[in-house]
Design a protein around this ligand. Structure first.
Ligand code: TPP
Ligand code: MG
Length: 329
């Protein structure tokens, strides 16, 4: 097994490190459980797991303030958990039950929370990006100082609508952070096979949008970059691009033959770059926590996830009349 790089010393406080550890672990354990429930046939349809990418959303949520908005693609469970949506409601939506956040009618890719300012959950690659600019447009119009995080993938970054959005967002100086979660693959297509210029954070330069690349396996680096981007937007300087370099450990979705990369490549990332292990080492090295403390946290998180799984099995299927609610027609 390859040796992990030793984490650099950190001045981050114990409480902060512990909260990132918990939040990332919640996403990981939740997603592992979702994978199990899928395997048992309890989750139908699509299900895209976020395992490996946890530091992206946890770091950026740490840079957000109350009232800021977020919108993302189909790989959305982590985003919902990180902004404080109830794990029970998320899991019950995955199993298509009444207690789900969309009353069991949306599934993995279609959940929303007005309260937490989470605007989905979108299955069409890239479609959430213009919607995100629209959210930012509303905030700019209201002058309320809020910022929108519009997340999308490296594959989506090649879509035409992204560039129409960049143009309008720059023209109107919209307070939107375009977060490119670069996990190096679009389904089974490696970035090098699909993308003419690898530096996605420079894609806004033609529109006058600054951008930078960030190590997405380091939650502290993500948070710091997020704070800078948020400050840029709140100061009225317009949009910002963050290209966050990350990696997904599982398949694109639950049905993925995984022929486009080697097992060794995945294992190497897990062994050397895992974001949760990174914070775990910072906690241990800084003597902020013992192995036993961290085991107790894992136990606590597993209990939360088990409770969510239990709820998602016990909650009834939506009633037939529900077919006629929450629709436009
Ligand atoms: C418009 C459109 N084209 C194709 C698809 C099929 N599709 C779903 S995910 C995906 C790859 C997207 O990759 P990326 O943006 O890198 O996001 P990731 O899955 O890596 O998070 C494709 C082509 C789709 N859902 N929508
Ligand atoms: Mg990708």
């Amino acid at each position: 097994m390859a040796a992990r790089k030793v984490a650099a010393k950190s001045n981050t406080s114990k409480d902060e490190l512990l909260s990132y550890y918990r939040e990332m672990l919640l996403i990981r354990r939740f997603e592992e459980k979702a994978g199990q429930l899928y395997g048992m046939g309890l989750i139908g349809g699509f299900c895209h797991l976020y395992i490996g990418q946890e530091a992206v959303v946890v770091g950026l949520e740490a840079a957000a303030e109350e009232g800021d908005k977020r919108i993302t693609s189909y790989r959305d469970h982590g985003h919902m958990l990180a902004c404080g949506m109830d794990p029970k409601g998320v899991m019950a939506e995955l199993t298509g039950r009444e207690g789900g956040l969309s009353k069991g009618k949306g599934g993995s890719m279609h959940m929303f929370s007005k309260e937490k300012h989470f605007y989905g959950g979108h299955g069409i690659v890239g479609a959430q990006v213009p919607l995100g600019a629209g959210l930012a447009f509303a905030d700019k119009y209201k002058g309320n100082g809020r910022v929108t995080f519009a997340y999308f993938g490296d594959g989506a970054a090649n879509q035409g609508q992204i560039y129409e959005t960049f143009n309008m967002a720059a023209l109107w100086k919209l307070p939107v952070i375009f977060v490119i979660e670069n996990n190096q693959y679009a389904m089974g297509t490696a970035q090098r096979r699909s993308t003419s210029t690898p530096d996605l954070h420079t894609r806004g330069l033609a529109f006058g949008i600054p951008g930078e690349t960030v190590d997405g396996m380091d939650v502290l680096a993500v948070k710091a970059a997020g704070e800078k981007a948020v400050a840029h937007c709140r100061e009225g300087k317009g949009p910002y691009i963050l290209e966050v370099m990350t990696y997904r450990y599982r398949g694109h979705s639950m049905s993925d033959p995984a022929k486009y990369r080697t097992r060794e490549e995945v294992q190497k990332m897990r062994d050397e770059r895992d974001a949760i292990e990174h914070v775990r080492e910072l906690l241990l090295q800084g003597k902020h926590a013992t192995e036993d403390d961290l085991k107790a946290i894992d136990k606590e998180i597993k209990a939360v996830v088990n409770e969510a799984a239990e709820f998602s099995k016990q909650s009834p299927e939506p009633a037939l009349e529900e077919l006629w609610t929450d629709i436009y027609a």
